[in-house]
Design a protein around this ligand. Sequence first.
Ligand code: ATR
Length: 282
Amino acid sequence: MKKLFGVIGDPIAHSMSPAMHNDAFVQLGIEGYYHPFHVKPEDLPAAVQGMKAIGVQGFNVTIPHKSAIIPLLDQVDPLAKAIGAVNTVVRENGGWTGYNTDGVGFVRGLREAYGEPLTEKRVLLIGAGGAARAIYYTLASEGVSRIDIANRTAEKAANLAESCPYPVVGSVKTTTKAAEQLEEYDVIIQTTSIGMSPLIEASPISVEKIKAGTFVSDIIYNPLETQLLQEAKKRGARTQNGLKMFVYQGALAFEKWTSQTPDIERMEEMVRHQLGGNYVNN
Ligand code: ATR
């Protein structure tokens, strides 16, 4: 009998995870099946219990359940607890253990593309929501010593930095101020929804002052190249979209469930194929 995995979210119909994971099961000859489950917020406790009862081996968690699921789990990994969000649940010793592979997935993709140690680099994070928190805490937990944050609401950025349990220094600034000082940064990470539909013509920061060779990573992958990445590239920056983060968070979850490593290139191909090119499809 196939082992059952899945993803819970609301909405969930457009998730690209099922195609990516089911293809990896086939490639590796694993008897597994990954299903998208539409779970409304009020049904979350029953869904988590029910998945245990019917023998689901592990699942991903997406919007809007990433924080709400934490008290419903048996154990939570320290990094996921610090971030306050779980995107991967694994059945361990009969109970559910929650992890966060979003931050680790992002940082793996960043390190791979950047190619140099990040520890002493000047990093600017744009945004202070859930995704920014996962990335900031993971970078800090991996020894990146200085990260500045630019966000529309300064208070949210300050709160994010202050509650980080890992050693890191940095300042909080407005995006206007950060734009004026952009040449100071080696790596710029964009985590807001600006650049995604319906804001595809918008960019969260002016890149007039960016220095050539700066690395700009945008977690958006639909569209594949946001306005920010296009403008940064024109000024000689190196750029990366959010595909690698999406693929690595999935691959890391897959490894936790199966102890096998999926083919990253192929996973990325599956997602690209589903996206159907550089356009917005939802
Ligand atoms: P996620 O979990 O995807 O990170 P989120 O927690 O809602 O989403 O965070 C969204 C981020 O995008 C925040 O940094 C938000 O800025 P605020 O903290 O000021 O709300 C930012 N954001 C979203 N829409 C924005 C807009 N139109 N202009 C500026 N920032 C925006």
